[in-house]
Design a protein around this ligand. Structure first.
Ligand SMILES: NC(=O)c1ccc[n+]([C@@H]2O[C@H](COP(=O)([O-])OP(=O)(O)OC[C@H]3O[C@@H](n4cnc5c(N)ncnc54)[C@H](OP(=O)(O)O)[C@@H]3O)[C@@H](O)[C@H]2O)c1
Length: 356
């Protein structure tokens, strides 16, 4: 090797070192930036004064509040002195009495709605027109799970229900909120829109190449949640340029344990719905946009970023249990959480798709 070759090789090595050094530094900076934001959110963030921010004697509307995260949010806001408008099935009357026991000073209103059809929207809009100036917060929570191990054997009726319940309420109710509440000029207070969607994406800046998180065996439910996620973010980006006083959250839960979900799953890093509701409330006025609202669910995204091969194995295992139990739940009102292998045996023996 002559002197020129030697010089060129050294030069190439230096250039490569600089390129890798810059890429490495960017990744480390990104990692620490995200870490600092995460630590701030889960350790140091404190709840805003919600009455000051959203006004007194104001209303929170929640869809699907007869159980789960929706019910917990209704109770937590009532405890903080907000009037609650419950939009859902007959079980909401029980939630109304629970609210009264918790805080007798707040008002409640129930709009009966079965979101599998479109009958309730006129009633909801009438309420919005009558109460728009005092309507401070909209929570799009309602969702309906359908699943099974054989897609082609699922009931179309159930699938359509999942699509209707998981997509249309959020699409229409945000319109009502903007038209009848956000656009009313006679208030200095903020408004808030909270859309509960699902964890649909993971980080890809370390070893993970595929950002998509999706569960097999639950296609229409998964897709409805993904609709909620992208719809929510699209509307948020439009509204932030048009209105200054909107707090807007796109919540992306992983596993949250509710009366319903406890019967069908118990994966690692799950959180109780009461705790989860508190976490969502803490974000109001502190953060806008996408948040998983629980450190365990944020961690999932980071773990998948470091060890990507774990995600498809884990997700498949979790969703198989979930879908199998959903099917079994349909077959029997007496229900226990069963291990995936046992559940699969049960189905192989006597499989009836969920919803038929
Ligand atoms: N929990 C989780 O692990 C998880 C994970 C990712 C995303 N999410 C999303 O978070 C939201 C809340 O989930 P969750 O786990 O709290 O659900 P949940 O426990 O199943 O509660 C859903 C609520 O919606 C109501 N509902 C269902 N279909 C309805 C219909 N056709 N009309 C009116 N109300 C209806 C249910 O009523 P009844 O129960 O009284 O029938 C219930 O009150 C959903 O959008 C879900 O997709 C949850």
């Amino acid at each position: 090797m002559n002197y020129e070759d030697f010089k060129n090789r050294n030069m190439n090595q230096k250039v490569l070192k600089i390129i890798f050094g810059v890429i490495g530094s960017i990744l480390i900076l990104k990692f620490f930036y995200r870490l600092v934001l995460t630590v701030f959110q889960y350790v140091f963030m404190s709840e805003k004064n919600l009455k000051e921010r959203y006004g007194t004697n104001t209303w929170v509307m929640v869809t699907g509040p007869s159980g789960g995260i929706g019910k917990q949010l209704a109770l937590k806001f009532a405890k903080r002195g907000f009037n609650i408008c419950l939009v859902g099935n007959k079980k909401c009357t029980q939630v109304q009495s629970d609210i009264k026991k918790l805080n007798n000073n707040v008002q409640t209103h129930w709009i009966e709605a079965d979101f599998s059809n479109e009958n309730a929207y006129d009633h909801i809009e009438t309420w919005a027109i009558d109460n728009g100036t005092q309507w401070a917060i909209l929570i799009n929570n309602v969702g309906y799970r359908v699943g099974g191990l054989k897609y082609e054997e699922l009931s179309w009726k159930e699938m359509r229900k999942s699509i209707n319940v998981g997509t249309i309420p959020q699409s229409r109710l945000i319109q009502f909120m903007i038209k009848h509440s956000v656009k009313t000029k006679n208030t200095d207070h903020h408004r808030a829109i909270i859309n509960i969607t699902a964890l649909c994406q993971t980080h890809t800046d370390l070893f993970n190449l595929n950002p998509i998180l999706s569960l097999p065996y639950l296609a229409t439910y998964e897709a409805s949640n993904a609709y909620g996620f992208y719809h929510s973010e699209s509307v948020r980006k439009e509204l932030k340029d048009r209105f200054t006083k909107i707090d807007y959250l796109t919540i992306t839960p992983g596993a949250v344990l509710t009366e319903n979900t406890k019967k069908i799953m118990n994966p690692p890093l799950a959180v109780e719905s009461g705790k989860y509701a508190e976490n969502i409330i803490k974000l109001l006025g502190n953060k806008n946009g996408v948040s998983s609202a629980y450190w365990g669910h944020s961690l999932i995204s980071s773990v998948v970023n470091v060890v990507p091969f774990i995600s498809s194995y884990m997700l498949k295992k979790v969703s198989k249990t979930l879908a199998t139990n959903l099917s079994a739940l349909q077959k029997s009102s007496k229900f226990i959480v069963i291990a995936p292998v046992e559940a699969q045996k049960l189905l192989e023996k006597d499989f009836k798709p969920f919803g038929l």
